[in-house]
Design a protein around this ligand. Structure first.
Ligand SMILES: [Zn+2]
Ligand SMILES: [Zn+2]
Length: 331
């Protein structure tokens, strides 16, 4: 048995990545997800096993030897796994020539949601999001970076709240799904826009002393009054420059209005940093991508925690191994 370690690169600690359960629908017994593929002629992988209340344990497992009817139909699970083989599971997701058309039709309804009744809009949100997920899983899902899978899970988690969203939010949701549907076009780089930028922002942020991280994140709020928000990239560059010369973030001055703002930014920044540092890697990069795009930092991290709590209703069981993991929403 191998317990997963490493909180950050080269740092001992608990695992920071997440994995979703790969088994067919099952009860409350253990979940299994791939932690890492093994590089060997015989294949196999290190699998994380967990239950709802435990941190995962890792086991090296040989690949399931069973194959389906087609030569490509090998099982993606491990030898003697519970439940049906993945090829039997994937059969329900197999390429469906009508699916893309149904997604387009649903997205059209969402983009003009004020012309339709609530029931139609809700059904369209369901189709657009879940059929998009099916189409990805029938094709490129396993090739997507963790942060893009997190982005898709976040969209899935919003499916049911579409009924209470304002029209502009529904249109925004449709726009986000449309961006995901571009992933399966042949010219797509198979990754959502600005993912690499978000990864580099995450790395720069984490290299800063924590008081500077708090300062940068605290400034990533929606502008109110006269103070415009410094874009994340710029704020990070400036903080790196000043931290590099050994400076501490500016402290209270003589202007009480500025002091009050700074104090509030520090408090918010500390909350954002705490939540951000407890998210699995991919979710953290997805939150940073949203902050880069202008979302209020506190909303971006809170949305990630909410999404992780909701997606279990869609049978996505994440191995959650960060400390202070989000509490489950009471049923
Ligand atoms: Zn499971
Ligand atoms: Zn199998």
């Amino acid at each position: 048995m191998i317990q997963a370690y490493a909180e950050g690169q080269d740092t001992p600690g608990m695992a920071r990545s997440s994995t979703a359960c790969g088994l067919a629908e099952h009860g409350r017994d253990g979940h299994w997800g791939i932690a890492r593929e093994m590089v060997s002629a015989r294949g196999g992988a290190v699998w994380a096993a967990w239950t709802e209340d435990e941190v995962p344990c890792c086991f090296a497992k040989e690949a399931c030897p069973k194959t389906g009817l087609t030569p490509q139909g090998a099982c993606d699970l491990f030898s003697e796994h519970p439940g049906v083989c993945s090829f039997a599971l994937d059969a329900t997701l197999a390429e469906d020539p009508w699916r893309a058309g149904r997604i387009d039709a649903a997205l059209k309804v969402l983009s003009a949601c004020d012309l339709h009744d609530q029931q139609t809009v809700h059904a369209a949100a369901h189709d657009a999001t879940l059929l998009t997920w099916d189409e990805l899983r029938a094709g490129i899902w396993t090739f997507l970076p963790d942060s893009d899978q997190a982005a898709v899970y976040r969209l899935i988690s919003r499916t049911n709240s579409v009924r209470t969203m304002k029209p502009h939010a529904v249109v925004g949701h449709a726009r986000d799904i449309t961006e995901v549907t571009r992933l399966w076009s042949s010219s797509s780089p198979c990754r959502l826009a600005h993912g690499e930028l978000a990864e580099s922002h995450t790395a720069i942020l984490e290299a800063l002393p924590s008081e500077w991280q708090v300062k940068v994140l605290g400034g990533q709020r929606l502008p109110d009054g006269a103070a415009p928000r410094t874009p994340l990239g710029e704020a990070l560059r400036e903080a790196s420059r000043q931290a590099g010369t050994g400076q501490a973030p500016p402290s209270a001055g003589r202007n009480w209005e500025v002091d009050w703002d700074r104090q509030r930014d520090r408090e918010t920044g500390a909350r954002v940093l705490d939540r951000l540092s407890h998210l699995p890697d991919g979710w953290r990069v997805d939150a940073m991508r949203r902050i880069t795009a202008g979302t209020n930092a506190l909303s971006a991290v809170s949305d990630a925690f909410t999404a992780i709590n909701i997606i279990c209703a869609y049978d996505v069981r994440l191995a959650w191994n960060a400390r202070n993991r989000p509490r489950r929403v009471p049923a």
